[in-house]
Design a protein around this ligand. Sequence first.
Ligand SMILES: Cc1cc2nc3c(=O)[nH]c(=O)nc-3n(C[C@H](O)[C@H](O)[C@H](O)COP(=O)(O)OP(=O)(O)OC[C@H]3O[C@@H](n4cnc5c(N)ncnc54)[C@H](O)[C@@H]3O)c2cc1C
Ligand code: SF4
Length: 572
Amino acid sequence: MANLNIDSVKERTFDAIVIGSGISGGWAAKELTGKGLKTLVLERGRDVKHGIDYPTTNMYPWEFKHRNEMPLSVREENPIVSRCYAFHEDAAHFFVKDKEHPYIQEKPFDWIRGYQVGGKSLLWARQTQRWSDFDFEGPARDGFAVDWPIRYADIAPWYSYVEKFAGISGNKDGIAELPDGEFLPGFPLNTVEKYFSDHVKKAYSNRHVISARCAHLSKPEPIHFEQGRVQCQNRVLCQRGCPFGGYFSSNASTIPWAMKSGNMTLRPFSVVQSIIYDENKGKATGVRVIDTNTKEVIEYYARIIFVNAAALNTNMILLNSTSNRFPNGLGNDSGVLGKYVAFHLYTATVNADVDGYTEFKTEGRNPAGGGYIPRFRNVYKQETDFLRGYAAGLGAYRSTHTDSSGVGSKLKDSLANPQLGGWRVGSHMMGETIPKESNYVKLDKDQKDQWGMPLLRISVDYDDNDRKMTNDYLEQVGEMFETAGFKNIRKEITQGKAPGLDIHEMGGARMGHDPKTSILNKWNQVHTCNNVFVTDGACMTSTACQNPSLTYMAFTARSVDYAVSEMKKGNL
Ligand SMILES: Cc1cc2nc3c(=O)[nH]c(=O)nc-3n(C[C@H](O)[C@H](O)[C@H](O)COP(=O)(O)OP(=O)(O)OC[C@H]3O[C@@H](n4cnc5c(N)ncnc54)[C@H](O)[C@@H]3O)c2cc1C
Ligand code: SF4
């Protein structure tokens, strides 16, 4: 029962509500406040203030109690989050621990989450690529999921819009399947990466190795200084939170920008339980929130609501928003809510040794992480026995070794000065998965969390398409390494990996033309409840193989623009 004594209804009424303050919620907040709307941003976690709440950001390696490793006891207590490559002592405080927020795995699923102001924007690896028409046309062409209700031309100007503000480094590579953006200078490839790039250009007509595109200020523009951000210092300690604002996070960029407008109220410690639907008005009127400190249930009201709680949390909120009109969850006349969940396939790696080039070494660090191989399989025509394709990350580096023989100052000296060894090169797969009805999330009927929210049941698995694609990646990238003359090629399928660890879960409230088979229309607006918008990963009809967050940012800015113009016309 809502506590109506907290404030007056008027004080709890805003023009807009945003649920979640991560990558997409931060953008919704910035755009809505920028258009003059009094906006309430509700965040279930604590506040994380840029620069202030980054406790490890300037620590030296020896200042970490466990030299940045996680102690065995923590790993044993947190087997799920410990499997994430970024869960170390320097950033552990930004990850949800296993026992804090339980969920039910009908099939193994490693759900990696960041519940705080800024969400996972503090944890992400900042890789940012645009989609192309080959991606938006994919489901229609290849006959899976449903047709996207938009094409690249609809979203292209919004990519430009968000790229300019966020700051994306990259090169104009002129590749049709990976459109260029509004780039700051790209981080250069090192000698061996460049050699491989040149080799691939010569050996393959349709394959490319380019500098990875990433959300780092390689050369800031005035708009970035205005945000209080400065040039990336190439420290590559980003997961600790960057005091320079060298990479894009909600905390460094969109949230303080929205705050500066004077139109944002940020309420951390506020778990949104459900969206309130008014049967008479035929629209949503607000949200029901549980204050995690006081456990009070409070209602907030607004004319439009943006749901940006991250893909699976958004599904949870919508499924939990039941009413006489929507007994199966808000907007769920079609019954597809929670279904067609998909993700990215990060299931394999290829590594090798490289002869020569020992006169070269790398100077400093590359925050972009090296190179990127855009998707080359099944782009122009179907050429394999699996649908869609994969991209791959690429990095080359000098191995190091230390001589641990000897004692005293000789030993100390050799340990402090590791010797450079030969070059090594490595690649990891990033594949598209096919959204299927059988990959779903739903609410448990009996078990609830400490805030009274039903636990989420996750039933998501790999399939034959994924397995065939993984084998093809190993074969093709293995061959590219072989023709490049790399030695001792090691092709590996990552063992014991469950979906979820691929960290790009999507779908459940997909966009589509038809309300009978989708939840959202082409403006990310719930078909049957037109003042609710979903612009995080839940909206994704298919996944492509590009990193997804740039696309969520563009969707969000586009959708806010539409929502506010509709509001001004009196349609919402
Ligand atoms: C280690 C790692 C590396 C990654 N690397 C990349 C990359 O290189 N490129 C890329 O594109 N993506 C990457 N990602 C994914 C990226 O972080 C997500 O796509 C992105 O953060 C999603 O944005 P979002 O706004 O949907 O969710 P989030 O950023 O997770 O924000 C959601 C927010 O909603 C809040 N919330 C949830 N439920 C509720 C509720 N009921 N009430 C109120 N608030 C709620 C959460 O606390 C959170 O703050 C990576 C992720 C991880 C973990
Ligand atoms: S690499 Fe750049 S963005 Fe990352 S911590 Fe260093 S300065 Fe910040």
